[in-house]
Design a protein around this ligand. Structure first.
Ligand SMILES: *[C@@H]1O[C@H](CO)[C@@H](O)[C@H](O)[C@H]1NC(C)=O
Ligand SMILES: *[C@@H]1O[C@H](CO)[C@@H](O)[C@H](O)[C@H]1NC(C)=O
Ligand SMILES: *[C@@H]1O[C@H](CO)[C@@H](O)[C@H](O)[C@H]1NC(C)=O
Ligand SMILES: *[C@@H]1O[C@H](CO)[C@@H](O)[C@H](O)[C@H]1NC(C)=O
Ligand SMILES: *[C@@H]1O[C@H](CO)[C@@H](O)[C@H](O)[C@H]1NC(C)=O
Ligand SMILES: *[C@@H]1O[C@H](CO)[C@@H](O)[C@H](O)[C@H]1NC(C)=O
Ligand SMILES: *[C@@H]1O[C@H](CO)[C@@H](O)[C@H](O)[C@H]1NC(C)=O
Ligand SMILES: *[C@@H]1O[C@H](CO)[C@@H](O)[C@H](O)[C@H]1NC(C)=O
Ligand SMILES: *[C@@H]1O[C@H](CO)[C@@H](O)[C@H](O)[C@H]1NC(C)=O
Ligand SMILES: *[C@@H]1O[C@H](CO)[C@@H](O)[C@H](O)[C@H]1NC(C)=O
Length: 850
């Protein structure tokens, strides 16, 4: 407006009044957002309450695409995309004229534009008609009346779990509170899914779909839920079960509040733990259930087990041992093949037992079935077995740590076979079920072995004789092809990549299209490494020597010449290499190609300018000073990420089995890259096995169960990672360091010093000035958790990363590690006597007697 029109400058009392109100009230409300609603006060749509610490906000919102208005609570910082409680999910205000108020009778009410009550806290007659409501920094909205809290939002949960909530089963009234999913992202009305504790007091958490079980957590053992795979006590925040006998209410809670975390039962029926990623500005899913398929309640039916496929989407169902499909009907249930002895003799006075005694069949790695019965009394496994055997209705038992004797007297439902972790489960079967298998072994195995060996031998001779000419021809063809490739690279056909060609298909050339992993000709490798000249030798690992090379185009490479005893054929080797070459991650050394010449197999990697980590952390020179705390921490993080990729995110799910400082290479910007992964596969043991004849590893890094029993899992890698972490922080080698003052090895003394708050004593003296004691202490704490003696007590790599990266976790205290670093000095067991030592700190390969 350019000028004031004098004609219109008449005094307008209404305008003046509203301006006055505006100027009078605005500064006051801006200075301090209100967290309280007092008697008679009205919170209109558009205004909000904010908790005193600025964490939560309460007001009207419209979810998703909806235009309806609901009263809800959300994270102040994340706005209405994070609504975690809704007052009036089924009775929204249809426009923006609604309000929240304390009514004349002291109740909290949501009103529409015409002041009709849409929702109320419905408390009946209150001591006084003057109530106050307040939004707290816990996210709880509380209504006080005459000095007492008469109503709170925590007692009426929506879909989100917050610390401080006591949602559970009231043991007096038997009322079970549950979380309820929204109907959809646009509609907070109750959906089909609810979540809460099991009403039978079995200390499990359930998700129900329209009242039918959809997922269960398995029993709580005091530290973890037994039915959640790989849940370790260090699992985020640590849930706890309250003292329900004292409280007369059973609920789980967690205490550590963090506004960057949410536990939400989503409209699709999946409970998700979401964490805010500050760098990418979104909520990422840290954990979700039920995922995979076998986690869906009783996915495979009663008396059957469910085993997940690699992608988790196509599970395999099988009958329990000793059970069979009804009349061979593959969709019907499974029933017992041979009745139990006690069943047969029941009510038969003449029989006197009849037949052999029932026995127990051990199943390992099981998500224990539902409907177990906690049998108070037995104090060890054999008493538990006895208790089961003497009760004819007992179908199975398990002796679980932290719980005791569990027996199953009803149906066996919801059995998931975990790929790692899980419990031992003893299934009761008729005695004859065992005899059959024993007789089978005794009677037939030898005959079968002899026969099949004979058949194989004759067959092989026959084939060789028949195909002799064909094999020779193939071989000649291969050699010729290799020569021609050398020629092509020499004549500059492919200058930049010198000597690289596509893989030769050993059978029919070019039929499946060219795979994308380059095969180097032997000639090209020889040229690049100056015929494997000793001056190009970078080092010697457990799998063979590594040479530096330079391709004609100028690119540096590292060539690993595999020792000959890999026991793999050419074809197998090629397949493994192609698989491994597909693993790509910034913290893994990239495989560029491979080379085969007769027995000679070589892997070609990118060359890492700064070589291996042990050349820095264990060095006496200035190289050690180069690594300040910041750099060491980022190296630790990088290794953890690379390992997580191998364990969880890559298609192959690889267990490294020989993680150590000399297998961590550093590029020119000191980024760590894991090398030698996939070796276990190349050397002929399937990554899915849980035990192996061939123990590959390095003393000082091997987990107890691996070194002594040959058992390995991702948790063995976690152990090695823990050792490596402590080596990086301390600058000392686990295999050689001994603290004579404390009479302890590196791990033992790290634990002791850390436990006594002497953290800086653990830290490498060259970087004591550059590090923050908090960070380094947290780091050592994580390292110590990784080297726990029992694999189950160690965290997974994903928890390791979360713990490393978050500042305010209260980590559980690790127990003292007891496993000696150098098992070769502490009593030789039979399996180490035939070990083959390569050198002091090199990998060993040994055959253990399993
Ligand atoms: C909200 O965000 C601000 C700025 O990003 C931050 O300083 C504050 O700590 C956050 N508050 C909470 C409770 O996370
Ligand atoms: C409470 O009740 C008294 C007496 O009935 C009444 O005078 C007063 O206005 C009421 N207060 C409110 C906030 O409604
Ligand atoms: C409401 O009552 C609780 C105790 O019952 C008290 O801690 C809280 O401060 C009260 N709030 C208000 C706003 O009076
Ligand atoms: C709830 O289940 C019923 C019956 O299975 C189905 O018709 C309905 O679409 C489901 N509702 C939601 C929100 O998924
Ligand atoms: C998150 O990022 C913002 C800016 O992007 C920053 O101000 C804040 O401190 C970060 N918060 C945390 C917890 O790192
Ligand atoms: C197999 O069992 C299912 C479920 O019990 C039943 O519906 C079906 O008719 C059976 N099929 C045959 C061929 O018996
Ligand atoms: C499971 O096996 C038991 C024992 O044979 C049998 O009584 C029961 O009917 C079976 N359940 C189902 C659902 O087939
Ligand atoms: C009782 O046991 C005897 C001997 O084992 C057997 O012959 C008979 O059939 C059984 N009777 C019943 C009712 O199971
Ligand atoms: C046998 O087991 C069932 C449950 O499996 C239990 O209810 C019953 O009390 C047990 N009987 C005895 C004598 O222990
Ligand atoms: C909350 O969690 C985030 C992400 O995990 C982490 O960065 C932050 O440090 C945590 N804050 C507190 C107070 O624990």
């Amino acid at each position: 407006m350019a000028a004031i029109n004098p004609n219109s400058s008449t005094f307008n009392p209404v305008l003046f009044g509203s301006l006055l109100v505006f100027f009078f009230f605005l500064p006051a409300t801006q200075a301090q957002p209100n967290s309280q609603l007092s008697p008679g006060q009205i919170l209109a749509d558009g205004n909000t309450l904010v908790s005193p610490g600025g964490i939560f906000e309460l007001g009207f919102f419209s979810p998703g695409k909806s235009t309806h208005r609901y009263v809800g609570i959300w994270y102040y910082n994340f706005s209405t995309s994070t609504v975690l409680w809704v007052a009036n999910p089924v009775s929204p205000v249809l426009d923006t004229s609604g309000s929240l108020a304390i009514a004349g009778d002291g109740n909290l009410v949501v009103l529409d534009g015409r002041k009709a009550v849409l929702w109320s806290s419905k408390l009946g007659s209150l001591p006084s008609n003057e109530s106050t409501a307040e939004l707290l920094d816990t996210g709880n909205f509380m209504l006080n009346n005459s000095g007492d809290t008469v109503w709170q939002s925590f007692d009426h949960p929506s879909d989100t779990y917050l610390p401080g909530m006591k949602v559970g089963l009231d043991l007096v009234t038997n009322v079970n509170q549950v979380f309820t999913s929204w109907r959809s992202d646009d509609d907070p009305a109750p959906g089909n899914f609810t979540m809460g504790v099991a009403p039978d007091q079995s200390t499990q958490i359930f998700i129900w779909e329209q009242g039918k079980p959809r997922w269960r957590s398995g029993r709580w053992n005091g530290q973890v839920f037994l039915g959640i795979q790989n849940m370790v006590p260090t699992y985020i925040y640590g849930f706890k079960l309250n003292n329900f006998e004292q409280d007369k209410k059973m609920y789980f809670y967690y205490s550590q509040f963090n506004s960057s975390h949410r536990y939400v039962l989503m409209p699709d029926g999946i409970e998700r733990h979401l964490i805010w990623a500050n760098n990418t500005k979104n909520w990422f899913q840290f954990w979700a259930q039920p995922v995979p398929q076998c986690e869906f309640y009783n996915r495979c039916g009663t008396n059957a087990t469910c085993t997940d496929s690699a992608d988790g989407n196509s599970p395999t169902c099988s009958c329990l041992k000793g059970f069979e499909r009804v009349n061979g009907n593959s969709t019907g249930g499974c029933v017992r093949r041979t009745p139990l002895q006690c069943e047969r003799s029941r009510g038969n006075t003449t029989a006197g037992g009849g037949g052999e005694q029932d026995g127990f069949y051990l199943m390992q790695g099981v998500k224990l079935p539902d409907l177990s019965y906690w049998f108070y009394g037995p104090s060890d496994e054999s008493q538990c077995e006895e208790a089961c055997l003497t009760n004819c209705s007992c179908k199975a038992y398990s002796y679980a740590t932290g719980i005791g004797c569990l027996i199953w007297g009803r149906e066996l439902v919801d059995i998931h076979m975990f790929s790692s972790g899980g419990s031992d489960f003893y299934l009761r079967l008729a005695g004859s079920e065992f005899d059959n298998s024993k007789k089978g072994i005794k009677g037939y195995v030898i005959v079968i072995i002899v026969l099949s060996a004979l058949v194989l031998f004759v067959g092989a001779i026959f084939l060789l004789w028949k195909n002799r000419s064909r094999i020779e021809e193939l071989y000649r063809k291969l050699m010729k092809r290799q020569e021609s490739l050398v020629d092509r690279s020499r004549s500059g056909g492919d200058e930049s990549r010198g000597g690289i060609s596509t893989v030769i298909d050993m059978h029919e050339e070019g039929k499946d299209g060219p795979p994308d992993v380059p095969l180097f000709t032997f000639q090209a490798i020889e040229d690049a490494t100056a015929s494997f000249s000793p001056s190009n030798l970078l080092g010697e690992g457990g799998f063979g020597p590594v040479y530096k090379g330079t391709l004609p185009g100028g690119q540096d490479i590292a060539v690993k010449r595999l020792s000959r005893n890999s026991g793999q054929g050419m074809e197998e080797f090629k397949n493994e290499v192609i698989l491994i070459a597909k693993l790509q991650h910034r913290n893994l050394v990239r495989l560029l190609g491979y080379c085969i010449r007769r027995d000679d197999k070589m892997l070609v990697y990118e060359y890492m300018a700064n070589r291996s980590l042990d050349g820095f952390i264990f060095a006496d020179t200035s190289r050690r000073l180069l690594l300040d705390w910041k750099m060491r921490f980022s190296i630790i993080e990088g290794i953890a990420r690379g390992l997580l990729y191998l364990h969880r995110d890559s298609r192959l799910r690889i267990i490294h089995r020989d993680l150590k400082a000399s297998n961590i290479l550093l590029d020119e910007s000191m980024n760590p890259k894991i090398s030698d992964f996939g070796m276990a596969r190349i050397f002929g043991s399937d990554g899915n096995e849980t035990s192996t004849k061939r123990v590959v590893g390095t003393y000082g890094y091997m987990s107890p169960e691996y070194a002594m029993q040959g058992l390995f899992s991702v948790k063995s890698d976690v152990y090695s990672f823990g050792v490596l972490l402590i080596e990086i922080v301390s600058g000392k080698r686990n295999s050689t360091y001994y603290n004579s003052e404390l009479s302890l090895n590196l791990l033992g003394s790290a634990w002791k010093l850390w436990n006594e708050d002497n953290v800086m004593e653990v830290v490498d003296s060259s970087m004591r000035n550059s590090c923050s004691i908090r960070e380094v202490s947290r780091c050592i704490n994580v390292g110590l958790l990784c080297i726990q003696d029992r694999a189950n007590d160690r965290p997974t790599m994903s928890s390791v990363i979360t713990m490393l990266e978050s500042e305010n976790y209260v980590h559980p205290t690790p127990r003292q590690p007891t496993f000696p670093a150098d098992i070769s000095t502490s009593g030789t067991n039979s399996s180490t006597s035939d070990a083959k030592f390569v050198s002091g700190n090199a990998s060993i390969t040994m055959l253990s007697g399993r």
